[in-house]
Design a protein around this ligand. Structure first.
Ligand code: SF4
Length: 375
């Protein structure tokens, strides 16, 4: 079956009805850190394999069982390059058997072929994501460290359409790519993808060596993303920039002729999907089984080899703190938007060493807004 470009996949709307105190909406399992690419921002600092200590097939199958039993609807097999795992198809099949929605993110290496896409479809994969960070080949290939990566990715989107897997594009926004975002949005639209996931850099792994954004650049990129989202050509998901929801709420209020001073009740709902944040609707399992709130927040609360992942998510002090807005500090701690935003806990950790501190890439000043309100 062909997937028509731009056609939304049939997603059961009840999958959004997840109580984030009980279950993550999404679990990402870093099936391997092996990868032929050497991307400049790589969180995993991935290298060519084999990598010692990775979860085995039987450990992976047990993990999938635990994810399904926890009530999580969506599981992503990430990497590294998950296509380097010889058991990838078996893992996908098991996820489908356990009624999970399953996605993966193959790297744009010679392993990424039409045959691979076809086999992923036959195995039951629901969605496939490809990384595309720049709208031009020379820029993207330089960033990903692989000549031909851009062309291969464009081809792969076509293969996904042809074989009926809804494709997703993942784009990393960092110091040098932000200026190309509008052009990137136009390319994503032309590709007819279903989801566009825009990751704001968290300086971790190799990402500590490249330029970040300023709070003002974040606001500028939000304006571009808002315009792209308004066209409703695809579902836009913004990762590690929850202050995009604050930005949307502020814009929404301004357009209604009011200057906001507090988050309007439910304002985020029609404007942006309910967001997940590290440890709050989201969980990450590392290649050796460590249980992190996010791949960008590598603080371990247990290990899937010997811990019950649901218990770790529901009960450990780390995960509970990340779901408790009362524990937020600094500007995030006194922010009227914290319920819809909460700041990137991963970036707070990467840049301040404290995952409960202010997200340093947000320019919102709650105290200044309050003072302005009193004038
Ligand atoms: S101060 Fe923190 S909670 Fe408030 S909008 Fe900025 S990042 Fe979000």
């Amino acid at each position: 079956m062909t997937h028509k470009p731009g056609m939304r996949p049939a997603i059961d709307p009840t999958m959004w009805n997840v109580d984030f105190d009980k279950s993550p909406f999404l679990v990402i399992w870093e099936t391997t850190q092996a990868c032929e690419l050497a991307c400049r921002h790589c969180r995993a600092s991935a290298i060519k394999g084999p990598i010692p200590g990775e979860l085995t097939t039987s450990e992976g199958l047990r993990l999938i069982d635990q994810v399904a039993e926890m009530g999580t609807p969506l599981l992503v097999f990430s990497g590294g390059d998950p296509a380097t795992r010889p058991d990838l198809f078996e893992l996908i099949q098991h996820g489908k058997k356990r009624k999970l929605r399953v996605a993966t993110i193959p790297a744009a290496t010679p392993r990424l072929t039409e045959r691979l896409i076809q086999e992923l479809k036959e195995t039951g994969l629901d969605q496939v994501a490809f990384s595309l960070d720049f709208p031009r080949a020379e820029l993207h290939d330089g960033f990903r460290g692989e000549p031909g990566a851009f062309e291969r990715t464009i081809q792969a989107v076509g293969w996904a359409h042809k074989h009926g897997i809804p494709p997703q594009i993942n784009t990393c926004i960092w110091g040098e790519s932000a200026a190309h975002l509008a052009e990137m949005a136009a390319l994503v639209e032309r590709l007819g993808v279903v989801f566009w996931e825009v990751f704001f850099l968290v300086p971790t792994g190799r990402g500590t060596d490249i330029a970040g954004l300023t709070p003002q650049t974040c606001e500028d990129t939000f304006e571009i993303l808002m315009a792209a989202q308004a066209k409703e050509k695809y579902i836009l998901k913004v990762t590690e920039a929850p202050h995009y929801r604050r930005y949307l709420a502020q814009r929404h209020e301004r357009e209604k002729g009011r200057v906001h001073h507090a988050a309007p009740e439910g304002a985020s709902v029609p404007l942006a999907r309910r967001g997940v944040n590290a440890g709050n609707g989201f969980m990450f399992i590392s290649h050796v089984g460590e249980i992190f709130p996010s791949g960008f927040l590598p603080v371990s609360a247990g290990n899937a080899r010997h811990d019950d992942v649901a218990r770790v998510y529901r009960e450990t002090p780390l995960f509970r703190a990340l779901r408790d807005p009362a524990q937020l500090k600094g500007r995030c701690g006194r922010c009227p938007f914290q319920a819809m935003c909460g700041g990137s806990r991963s970036r707070a950790y990467a840049l301040t060493g404290d995952y409960l501190e202010t997200d340093p890439w947000c320019l919102y000043e709650p105290a200044a807004e309050a003072a302005d309100h009193q004038r």
